[in-house]
Design a protein. Structure first.
Length: 208
């Protein structure tokens, strides 16, 4: 039974990964784990939540100075794999085989874990927008920006170039948002994070 569940976790993790030749970037891995965790919560499925935790454990986000001063482990910090495993345990109560797999995942070594995206912690009132100072990205290299809130809010992300032209936007109704693009040349970009909901929220903004 344990082997069958382990296979289901592996299959679930692979199913949400895009069929591309290149490995997922740390930011994309974090985003996918958030989407998988949300799907597991919605379905009350501990296998989905466990798969999300295993994905998130593959990266180790590095807090920026701003995040550290506001409390890296505070309300706005990205949801950790430990929290995801704890939720999986709650959903798997009474299932000894699945609980054993969750404990195995907790004990797995993190040796070789890729250092993930740098993140800033922000707090945003309902209906408000945070505008970040210009951030420079290198031309020819794929640029990524990701925002994630722990609460059920609607965060939107917009990227504009130095001339104010729209580069990328993610306006889906979700507590996460992702933008990726390849700048033609070195340049600065303005990042806007909008809270479309009525309640204030803390969030993490990550860049590569």
């Amino acid at each position: 039974m344990k082997r069958m569940i382990l296979g289901a976790v592996a299959a679930t993790t692979l199913a949400v990964s895009p069929l591309v030749a290149q490995p997922l970037s740390p930011i994309k891995t974090v985003e996918l784990s958030a989407r998988l965790f949300a799907a597991g919560e919605a379905a009350q499925d501990p296998i989905l939540v466990l798969a999300a935790a295993k994905l998130r454990k593959q990266t180790k986000p590095a807090a920026s100075d701003r995040a550290a001063t506001q409390g890296e482990a505070g309300e706005g910090a990205p949801l950790g794999w430990e929290d995801m495993l704890a939720r999986a345990e709650s959903l798997a109560a009474g299932d000894e085989a699945l609980l054993a797999l969750i404990e195995d995942a907790r004990a797995e070594t993190t040796k070789g874990v890729v250092t993930g995206p740098v993140y800033n912690i922000g707090k945003l009132g309902g209906g408000k927008t945070d505008t970040y100072p210009r951030i420079d990205f290198k031309g020819g290299e794929y640029a990524e920006v990701y925002v994630e809130a722990k609460s059920s809010v609607d965060l939107n992300l917009t990227i504009k170039d130095a001339q104010g032209r729209l580069v990328c936007a993610d306006s889906d109704v979700s507590h996460i948002a992702y933008c990726g693009w390849r700048p033609a040349e070195d340049g600065g970009y303005v990042l806007l994070v909008e809270n479309k909901g009525g309640a204030a929220t803390s969030y993490a903004l990550m860049t590569n």
